[in-house]
Design a protein around this ligand. Structure first.
Ligand SMILES: Cc1cc2nc3c(=O)[nH]c(=O)nc-3n(C[C@H](O)[C@H](O)[C@H](O)COP(=O)(O)OP(=O)(O)OC[C@H]3O[C@@H](n4cnc5c(N)ncnc54)[C@H](O)[C@@H]3O)c2cc1C
Length: 478
């Protein structure tokens, strides 16, 4: 069951929570409003040979005030020490969970769930019966922490900034789409079998997306090989110092090529890493040749864990004050609530942006970890067509080489400035073979995703349609 903020305060007045004097200090950080999901506004038109789709949807995680990116990644030079530092509790009162605190599976649903279980165990070890515990964030981490603590008999309140539970597991509910667009996690690979099985048990539909192929302007070609990248990363792992993925390629003498560019784009599009900054020691596994694609609403994954627990939605926490006797949370609305202990599960990006202020300030180890780890970027563009304009049955497409005409907009660099990243959307999922629906999903990650997230809907649509040029049917010969 869910409750609104209003209900929470009625409950608090009845003694369930202690409400402190509502106060707004002049130095409060700017706090985003918990707004509803933005709906793209664009009227799709044909672009070159690519027809106009019936529906268009795009994500913009980089701009999302309650995520500030897609998932945490490990930049070259950092290690799991930062994640452990971020996970350390403050005075046994403020606890941290969320995918960024996971050492084994950062940036994943599994890592988030396990972090929630870990934090629940830490709290249960020090808390006394009947204590009031707040969980900030109702994503996979917050839900699993809350469920465990409730089972252990604690009085748990979950506070969530958005108007839904699930966080970065989110399906766009829209009747226009026979297969609903997924905003967050939806392509589960070989390492995600545990999550895939639970999704299946909960009735979340999935299909196998298979058969990766390459595409050039001349048509279908071999799937670009990631062997050179794998070898370069393996060699870099034996080095004395951590190197970025691009440096590892240079060190291994791998020449730039359209195939390598396609492999790097797909690595970024599936994992969010930017090869120019990401660690080769902690490089994510290269995307495999098949995925389980979730094709129905993923809400049951978190809702089933939360069960009857009341989640306080649309409520932004802006300040955390703590000492050895308890924790006070100030909400963006100005009200304050006190708890015995609090588990924060907000994304790394929110902490990096100063979305929550701490009093006293976080220890150096936490601040060091927050500034060292990076948020990776992943965005997707969903296009639904009346009928397919492509003929291949392959489920995963990689664009190799330039597309014609060159996609716009790519800002011209000033003299001495780094060129803008290539914003061609090079990785596409073709849902037609598996679902019967002519839906294409463009995936982009790393630096290109950051650029795309800043563009307006019209520009993103043009970029997507232009990137699809290699897949149009060749004109019939005379
Ligand atoms: C596009 C995309 C694709 C992905 N693909 C995969 C995949 O294929 N496989 C996989 O395993 N993982 C994938 N992931 C990662 C996975 O979705 C996340 O690791 C996981 O869902 C994170 O869960 P969490 O609970 O740690 O964080 P979140 O789900 O982000 O939950 C944190 C919650 O805190 C809330 N919050 C933030 N600030 C405040 C505040 N100030 N006050 C109150 N609440 C606040 C947020 O609204 C959010 O609901 C993907 C992520 C994205 C974005």
């Amino acid at each position: 069951m869910r409750i609104s903020r209003r209900t929470l305060f009625i409950g608090a007045g009845a003694g369930a929570l202690t409400m402190l004097l509502a106060s707004c200090t002049p130095d409060s950080p700017p706090v985003p409003d918990p707004t509803k999901t933005r709906q793209p506004t664009v009227t799709p038109t044909p672009v070159g040979e690519v027809p106009a789709p019936k529906s268009f949807f795009r994500t913009s995680w980089a701009e999302d005030p309650f995520a500030r990116g897609a998932l945490s990644i490990t930049p070259a030079g950092s290690t799991s020490t930062e994640r452990q530092a971020l996970a350390a509790a403050l005075m046994d009162r403020v606890f941290f969970a969320g995918e960024a605190t996971s050492v084994e599976r950062p940036g994943t649903i599994a890592g988030a769930v396990r972090s929630g279980e870990r934090v629940a165990g830490e709290i249960a070890d020090v808390a006394e019966d009947g204590e009031r515990i707040a969980i900030v964030g109702a994503g996979a981490a917050g839900a699993s922490a809350a469920a465990r603590l409730i089972d252990a008999g604690f009085d748990v309140t979950v506070i969530e900034a958005r108007d839904y539970a699930g966080g970065r597991l989110a399906t766009q509910r829209d009747d226009d789409w026979p297969v609903p667009p997924q905003r967050g996690a939806w392509l589960l690979g070989a390492d995600d079998t545990e999550v895939a099985s639970r999704m299946a048990l909960l009735g979340v539909g999935s299909v196998a997306v298979t058969d990766p192929v390459g595409f050039t302007t001349d048509g279908e070609t071999e799937n670009p090989s990631g062997d050179a990248l794998k070898t370069a990363i393996a060699e870099a792992r034996d080095g004395l110092a951590d190197r970025t993925i691009l440096e590892a390629l240079e060190d291994a003498g791998v020449e730039q090529s359209p195939e390598l560019a396609a492999v790097l784009s797909s690595l970024s599009a599936m994992t969010g890493v930017d090869p120019a900054t990401a660690s080769s020691w902690f490089a994510p596994a290269l995307p495999g040749g098949s995925f389980d694609a979730l094709v129905s609403d993923v809400a049951p994954f978190v809702d089933s864990v939360l069960g009857d627990l009341e989640v306080t939605l649309s409520t932004v926490v802006s300040h955390v004050s703590y000492d050895d006797s308890g924790v006070s949370l100030r909400l963006a609305s100005g009200e304050s609530l006190t708890f015995d202990r609090v588990a924060l599960t907000v994304p790394l990006g929110v902490l990096q942006a100063g979305g929550i202020e701490f009093e006293p300030p976080l220890p150096f180890a936490h601040r060091g970890a927050i500034s060292t780890l990076e948020m990776g970027h992943l965005e997707s563009v969903w296009l639904r067509y009346e009928t397919p304009f492509w003929s291949t049955d392959a489920g995963i497409w990689h664009i190799v080489g330039p597309v014609a005409p060159t996609p716009t907009p790519t800002p011209t660099p000033s003299p001495g400035e780094e060129p803008a990243p290539d914003t061609t959307i090079r990785t596409w999922i073709n849902l037609l073979p598996a679902t019967g629906e002519p839906i294409l999903v463009g995936l982009v990650g790393g630096a290109a995703a950051r650029v795309i997230a800043e563009l307006g809907d019209d520009d993103v649509f043009t970029l997507a349609a232009t990137s699809l040029a290699p897949f149009t049917e060749p004109a019939p010969s005379e």
